[in-house]
Design a protein around this ligand. Structure first.
Ligand SMILES: Nc1ncnc2c1ncn2[C@@H]1O[C@H](COP(=O)(O)OP(=O)(O)OP(=O)(O)O)[C@@H](O)[C@H]1O
Length: 303
């Protein structure tokens, strides 16, 4: 798969503070790349530099293998974006707003009709955008970004402020874009669950630095399984097993073991039963992404 975006040592400094530092980001064709980080991590700043809306202090951006500084126009012609909140004219209808973008992008009427249909605003196209709900405004913003059928779509927190139904709708829409239209999508979010559900690749940014970059599977692989055992008396089970040389931890209503193989799990089970401690459940838990994220950002030490 070819690289659609690659940045090398991309940095942005405001005063003496780096908002983004030495960012080597790679987005491949057909990816839905989830750019994940807490508020203030530097996501918007990075996206703005990729789109030429902010000037890097250091480093380079290549989009479609072209140097942004040299081939800006050609790159932007094939790119659609929604950065921060959508910009629209409140006194114009959804359709009229689309026409404004249509003229700028010099695309046929059909593109407008299709884009409105895809974001399901076709029935509301004659209503003033100022009277749209938050979700509709967001969808209008996405329709504007889609109108030229870009090869690359960059979306900054596209589900911000939406209710769960709206989030689900936008999520399904984004997920369908690579397959339906051959697009590559780069989107940012501070919500792990959202990235987990949409993205095929992930970049985790914290305090301006990229801490992890890879496929969603690679990130998932970092999670090692824990064996959780629920007994009729967890405290007694824990003391008993600790005396037998194991090191279980009490965790909610279970005792937890790291790195316990199948045979060891069976042995623990036998010992508990022999000690007259009823075993109610034995389960394998994968560490969830939240744990991994917290570990990467250095905020979590236990379990
Ligand atoms: N124009 C600016 N001048 C000074 N500092 C800025 C400017 N723009 C951004 N910053 C700082 O850069 C850091 C990163 O901001 P950025 O908006 O990129 O973060 P983010 O990850 O997108 O967060 P959020 O999700 O809250 O938008 C913040 O500390 C912010 O205060």
């Amino acid at each position: 798969m070819s690289e659609v975006i690659s940045t090398s040592k991309l940095s942005k400094r405001y005063g003496s503070t780096y908002s983004v530092q030495d960012m080597n980001l790679t987005v491949r064709e057909g990816d839905i790349y989830g750019f994940l980080g807490p508020n203030g991590a530097g996501k918007s700043t990075t996206l703005k530099m990729i789109l030429g809306l902010a000037k890097p202090t250091e480093g380079k951006v290549k989009v479609f293998g072209k140097d942004f500084a040299e081939e800006r126009r050609q790159i932007l012609d094939q790119t659609g974006s929604l950065i921060e909140s959508p910009s629209y004219y409140g006194h114009l209808t959804g359709l009229e707003n689309m026409r404004v973008v249509q003229r700028l992008r010099r695309v046929p009427d059909n593109n407008v009709t299709e884009a409105l249909k895809i974001v399901r605003l076709d029935k509301h196209k004659d209503k003033k955008a100022g009277q749209y709900s938050l979700g509709m405004k967001q969808r209008l913003g996405i329709a504007m970004a889609l109108v030229s059928w870009p090869k690359l779509l960059v979306l900054d927190e596209p589900t911000n402020g939406l209710d769960p139904a709206g989030i689900g709708e936008i999520r399904e829409l984004i997920k369908s874009l690579p397959e339906r239209f051959g697009m590559t999508v780069l989107l940012s979010s501070h919500l792990l669950a959202e990235i987990e559900q949409i993205a095929t690749s992930v970049g985790i940014i914290h305090q301006g630095k990229l801490l992890f970059q890879g496929s969603m599977e690679e990130l998932q692989r970092r999670s090692y399984p824990m064996i959780m055992i629920k007994t009729a008396d967890n405290s007694r089970a824990q003391r008993f097993l600790a005396a037998e040389g194991y090191s279980p931890q009490l965790f909610e209503d279970r005792i937890a073991f790291a790195g316990l193989g199948d045979e060891e799990a069976a042995a623990v089970n036998r010992r508990l039963v022999a000690a007259n401690i009823d075993v109610l459940r034995i389960e394998e838990h994968k560490k969830n992404l939240e744990h991994i994220f917290l570990e990467l950002t250095g905020k979590e030490r236990s379990l």
